[in-house]
Design a protein around this ligand. Structure first.
Ligand code: UT7
Length: 337
């Protein structure tokens, strides 16, 4: 195994994930519940997606609340106090509001008064993009402790009358603390990619400068998420496979050396197709989609924490994260745990 960052060691340093954590809302919305809301069946949702239930945040529970809970759990594992945090990056496409950033709201809730804070938006790929940004600040010796969070309240932008999309998404947050630990490697490489030519496949047209909120835009449903599922599916499999292969190539490892593959949890059929094309065994693939549905930027962050907590990952194991989302965006990261 090669550490692709090592070539720059005289300038930079390694970046370890010293804590992970997640938080999901209490309320569970099952497929049976959805059968009462739209024309669907548990059988359709299960066979077409693999999802059985998802978590839905309360009316007074926002993305920043989910993010703050997840952050506290990660900080506990890393034994980090709010005062130690130098930088907070929140990846989300459902910020509490367009501005100020959700990261600033998290900073206030945590009492992390020293930290700089900003959001990034790379849809479902956001957590890997944010990890890579955070890693750069550790590697360059700019900061000692970076808090990276993927958090979403997708229930706030889902059209609950559209069966094509409302069965797919859920709310939640996952977080990681990044620090330099000289004796361990941590985040070895992250691949990121985008294709704005396919921006229309998955979007929410309303609410930005192109289409500010008006009674007409609301009536037309422009403030809801919309997706061309079939095209998105095809693009997802191809992009995830090539990002994963590129990340492994950079580290000079093949799939047999990876202990746990944590793919974006959007659809069991996508996960299986990606696993098949990468040549994974069933034991290597981590899946929690049945419990949470697609939580976008929170997805692999929640899954990483659950994989660690369940004993699937031990010190020194290699982990492959692989993501895909609106933009289009995609990415993969190899981590030595
Ligand atoms: O996180 C970002 C990445 N997101 C993704 O990667 C999601 C990618 N796409 C998908 O996961 C799948 O395309 C879906 C799960 C969204 C849809 O599965 P599909 O096999 O592509 O189904 P489809 O959209 O082609 O729909 C097949 C049929 C349609 O009926 P007709 O036109 O064949 O009569 C739909 O109207 O299934 C119908 N349908 C439903 N039926 C019952 C769509 N949604 C539902 C539903 N319940 N909830």
């Amino acid at each position: 195994m090669k550490n692709p960052r090592a070539a720059h060691d005289f300038l930079s340093r390694t970046c370890s994930i010293t804590g992970v954590g997640h938080h999901v809302p209490e309320k569970i919305l099952t497929n049976a519940d959805l059968e009462k809301m739209v024309e669907t069946t548990d059988e359709w949702i299960t066979t077409r997606t693999g999802i059985k239930e998802r978590r839905i945040a309360a009316a007074n529970e926002f993305t920043s609340d989910l993010a703050t809970h997840a952050a506290r759990n990660a900080m506990k594992m890393a034994r980090v106090t709010p005062e130690q945090i130098d930088l907070i990056i929140v990846a989300t496409l459902t910020p509490d509001m367009p501005f100020p950033s959700t990261a600033c709201l998290v900073q206030r809730k945590l009492g992390a008064g020293r930290a700089a804070a900003f959001d990034i938006e790379a849809a479902c790929s956001g957590f890997i993009f944010a990890l890579e940004i955070g890693m750069q600040f550790i590697a360059s010796r700019t900061y000692e402790t970076v808090l990276v969070i993927g958090a979403e309240k997708l229930s706030s932008i889902v059209n609950w009358k559209d069966r094509n999309t409302c069965v797919l998404f859920g709310d939640g947050a996952g977080a990681a603390i990044l620090q330099n630990r000289p004796q361990s490697h941590g985040l070895l490489t992250a691949v990121m990619g985008s294709d704005g030519n396919k921006a229309d496949l998955l979007s929410m047209p309303g609410g930005g400068s192109a289409c500010p909120a008006t009674p007409e835009s609301v009536a037309q449903g422009l403030h809801f998420l919309r997706m061309d599922g079939k095209e998105t599916f095809k693009n997802a499999v191809n992009a995830m496979v090539s990002a994963a292969n590129e990340a492994m190539r950079r580290c000079e490892v093949d799939i047999s050396k990876i202990k746990c593959v944590i793919p974006h949890q959007a659809n069991q059929r996508i996960i299986s197709a990606v696993g098949e094309r990468l040549g994974t065994t069933e034991e290597q693939l981590f899946v929690n989609l049945h419990k949470y549905g697609n939580t976008s930027a929170a997805s692999v962050a929640i899954a990483l924490d659950e994989a660690v907590a369940s004993g699937r990952i031990h010190r020194g194991d290699l982990i492959l994260l692989v993501v895909f989302g609106a933009g289009l965006t995609w990415g993969a990261a190899v981590i030595e745990w």
